[in-house]
Write a protein that binds this ligand. Structure first.
Ligand SMILES: Nc1ncnc2c1ncn2[C@@H]1O[C@H](COP(=O)(O)OP(=O)(O)OP(=O)(O)O)[C@@H](O)[C@H]1O
Length: 238
């Protein structure tokens, strides 16, 4: 069953249109990778889904119509966005950043349970709760950004370039954790990622976005086997 349904999504900045009618569906509890060249509109797509950029068209999540909602309303409906560059509050501590992620959650017990849950996914954060986010390594900051998003108990997790600037070992660990979150919590994930090998390694399905349109959709295996994808994004010929 489709969890996320996007129909004819149009978005841009001022007069500059970036998304020209995007259609895509993501199955419930699935990981979907979005591939595409620089400037294709991948970040804009995630921003449109989290309400950071105004968009026209239809967005449904779990059957609920979320079209045109504000970022706050979308967060309350379970849409969590981890932007490129992470968006953590550097002067605040790890714990303060995590607690900020709970802004739509009610009840102390629930928040404490969520903190424990996030510490279990990211043990490195548990030992650094009183450190400022700015003092963390790049990988730890990305973990904190994802941890903060998890405080929402999201139904839909949007990840923008999680591997950006991270060492390969750290990136692999991060993707392993994203996969664990998806499997344990059945969170639907949309991940924009330059490292197509990694993204297709954890995704069930993928879409290629070029100049604001989806030009190819399929299972991760189908997309991996596509000659054009292999040459453009995987660096080999099939
Ligand atoms: N805040 C903004 N204001 C105006 N134009 C923007 C803004 N952000 C992005 N754009 C433009 O929108 C287009 C799509 O950008 P976007 O960041 O969505 O692409 P992308 O596929 O994520 O690219 P990249 O892989 O380089 O991050 C580009 O032409 C970009 O210059």
């Amino acid at each position: 069953m489709s969890d996320l349904v996007v129909e004819n999504l149009v978005a841009g900045y001022g007069d500059a249109r970036v998304l020209h009618g995007v259609h895509l569906t993501v199955g419930e509890g699935e990981i979907c990778a979005i591939l595409g060249p620089n400037g294709a509109g991948k970040t804009t797509l995630l921003r449109a889904l989290s309400g950071m950029v105004k968009a026209r068209g239809t967005v449904r999540l779990g059957g609920a119509d979320l079209s045109g909602r504000s970022p706050d309303a979308l967060a309350r409906q379970g849409v969590a966005h981890v932007p490129e560059g992470r968006g953590t509050f550097m002067p605040l501590t790890v714990e303060e950043n995590l607690r900020l992620g709970a802004f739509v959650r009610r009840g102390k017990a629930q928040v404490e349970a969520d903190l424990a849950r996030i510490h279990a996914y990211f043990p490195a954060l548990r030992t650094r709760l009183k450190q400022t986010a700015g003092s963390l390594s790049g990988g730890e900051q990305q973990m904190l950004a994802i941890g903060r998003a998890l405080m929402l108990r999201p139904r839909l997790l949007l990840l923008d370039e999680p591997s950006l600037g991270l060492a390969p070992l750290v990136t692999r660990e991060l993707f392993r954790i994203v996969q664990a979150i998806n499997q344990e919590e059945r969170t639907t994930v949309v991940v924009v990622e330059q490292n197509a090998h990694l993204a297709l390694g954890i995704a069930q399905q993928a879409h290629v976005l070029e100049t604001g349109r989806i030009v190819l959709s399929g299972t991760a295996a189908e997309i991996r086997a596509d000659e054009q994808v292999a040459q453009s994004y995987l660096g080999y010929r099939v």
